[in-house]
Design a binder for this molecule. Structure first.
Ligand code: FRU
Length: 497
């Protein structure tokens, strides 16, 4: 038995008392970030899919609002996106008010003539995103498919003209499909992409956006993100990405490793949005004013999503991440940081700091570093140890181990002894990601937040998001080295609570 709501995160969004999955309709509009999400308004397990809604002006604190778009007898409201239709191309607006238009998947139920089909539909809001009206002409795009879903729409602008582009999936064909429209109602097929790289599970929740390479605005590459379930690098749900070009019609990947159906041995060669078990259905915000590309993922995994031991809510979102693109050896890599707003979260206590020193073999409790809502920044230089790193949320027997194995060139997150794990057989795990030494060191930034750790390694080149369910009294932080020694160069722990 645990204290009521013991796992509620302090830095991550979680619904008050309902079920949440994918982020939907992420948009900055009239001074606020809007976060809609797959929501069961009536329960804490998946079902009655509707769009829940929360807003934030600073990406740190969120206000939950009434359900934005509710399911009805004929349809569930599956994932999708929102655009600000500033020129009222859809005609849903008035002379004085341009509409927000939501493009969502109608998952038709028994009572509908479209039963068994997933098709794309519209709803619009004239009050800045708080109340929504379904378009009477729904669905607007129907391929008579049972697995056509998760439309992400953006405005494509080029010298040849500008129009709306929709990126969606034929989930069980491992295919992303691209459509074009001038009014959000009539859609014309442009092209398709896939199967490629990871195809261990259905493709869901795609996104497509340009990013400057190494910060150079004259050198843009397009990033196509594709979530898949299962088939992630450490099991279950995860997101992969491709880097290439989009000419307004076709996406051409420059990072495809394997075309067609996946080679199961090559999973670690694909590019992953996150290597942890709990970062899924990630999509990006539209219209962020300073051009940043911000993403949020659902912090859970379909393997055990309905069983995690939180109450009276289920599933947090990830922290808000800024993504950027870095070139390397003729290829590109997505680099992720927690949005800069998080650096201004007020600390609850003075930070814990430690200078450079050797980590002797063994586990060493850091006196005065305990906490359950913290940001840990640490840099290590390898020595003779086979593995070294940190144990967080510890109590002597419990703990989550985050370590580097330099000779294997991997980072591990071991949550086998992290606390409650027996609610599902797939939960307890030791998860790994490839990692490379940089300037003779390994840098880790770790956000610990009640029921999770989010690890950003080597400046955000590798990330791992993982849920954990420790006892509220497991708050120890330790350094460890196994099979030899290592060096800690610096350590700073910001205490938020
Ligand atoms: C991904 C997903 C989407 C779908 C939604 C339904 O987690 O399966 O493909 O739109 O969840 O809740």
């Amino acid at each position: 038995a645990t204290t009521a709501d013991a796992f509620r995160p302090a830095l991550h969004y979680a619904p008050r008392n309902t079920w949440l999955n994918d982020p939907n309709g992420l948009i900055f509009h009239e001074g606020a970030y809007h976060l809609y999400y797959q929501n069961n308004p009536l329960d804490t397990v998946w079902g009655n899919m509707s769009w829940g809604h929360a807003t934030s002006t600073d990406l740190l604190t969120w206000t939950e609002h009434a359900v934005a778009i509710a399911c009805d007898a004929e349809e569930d409201i599956f994932s999708g996106s929102i655009v600000y239709d500033r020129h009222n191309t859809s005609g849903f607006g008035t002379d004085s008010a341009a509409p927000l238009v939501a493009v969502y998947t109608s998952a038709y139920k028994m009572a509908s003539a479209y039963h068994g089909i997933q098709a794309q539909s519209l709803a619009y809001s004239l009050d800045g995103g708080y109340t929504w009206t379904k378009h009477p002409g729904n669905p607007v795009l129907n391929r008579a498919s049972a697995d056509f879903r998760d439309p992400k729409v953006f405005r494509y602008e080029s010298d040849a003209g500008s129009y709306w582009v929709m990126v969606a999936v034929e989930a069980s064909d491992f295919e992303v499909v691209f459509y074009k429209s001038h009014d959000l109602k009539d859609w014309e097929l442009l092209s398709s992409f896939g199967p490629a790289n990871a195809t261990g599970g259905v493709w869901e929740c795609p996104d497509l956006f340009p990013l400057p390479v190494d910060g150079d605005p004259d050198n843009l590459k397009w990033v196509l993100t594709v979530n898949l379930n299962p088939g992630g690098p450490n099991g279950g749900s995860a997101g992969q990405y491709f880097v290439g070009d989009f000419d307004g019609t076709t996406f051409t990947s420059a990072t495809t490793v394997t075309s067609g159906l996946q080679d199961p041995d090559r999973l670690s060669e694909y590019q992953w949005l996150d290597w942890g078990r709990d970062y899924y259905a990630a999509v990006s915000f539209s219209d962020v004013p300073d051009g940043r590309r911000l993403m949020i993922g659902w912090m859970n995994n379909w393997q055990y999503a309905n069983e995690i031991p939180t109450s009276p809510w289920r599933s947090p979102m990830s922290l808000v991440r800024e993504v950027s693109l870095r070139s390397r050896d003729g290829s590109w890599r997505l680099v992720q940081q927690v949005a800069q707003e998080f650096t201004s979260v007020p600390a609850g206590k003075p930070p814990f700091t430690a200078g450079a020193g050797e980590i002797p073999e063994g586990t060493h409790l850091l006196d005065g570093a305990a906490g359950s809502v913290q940001r840990i920044e640490a840099t290590f230089t390898p020595g003779t140890a086979e593995e070294f790193g940190l144990i967080v949320r510890g109590n002597g027997t419990q703990g989550t181990r985050i370590g580097i194995r330099p000779t294997e060139r991997i980072i591990v997150v071991d949550r086998r002894e992290s606390g409650q794990t027996d609610f599902h057989e797939a939960f307890a795990s030791i998860d790994t990601a490839p990692i490379e030494l940089a300037a003779n060191s390994y840098a880790l930034t770790i956000y610990v937040d009640q029921c999770s750790v989010e690890v950003f390694a080597q400046g955000g080149q590798v990330t791992l998001a993982e849920l954990i369910f420790p006892s509220p009294t497991s708050t120890d932080v330790s350094l460890y080295a196994a099979g030899g020694t290592a060096t800690i160069n610096n350590l700073r722990i910001t205490q938020y609570a």
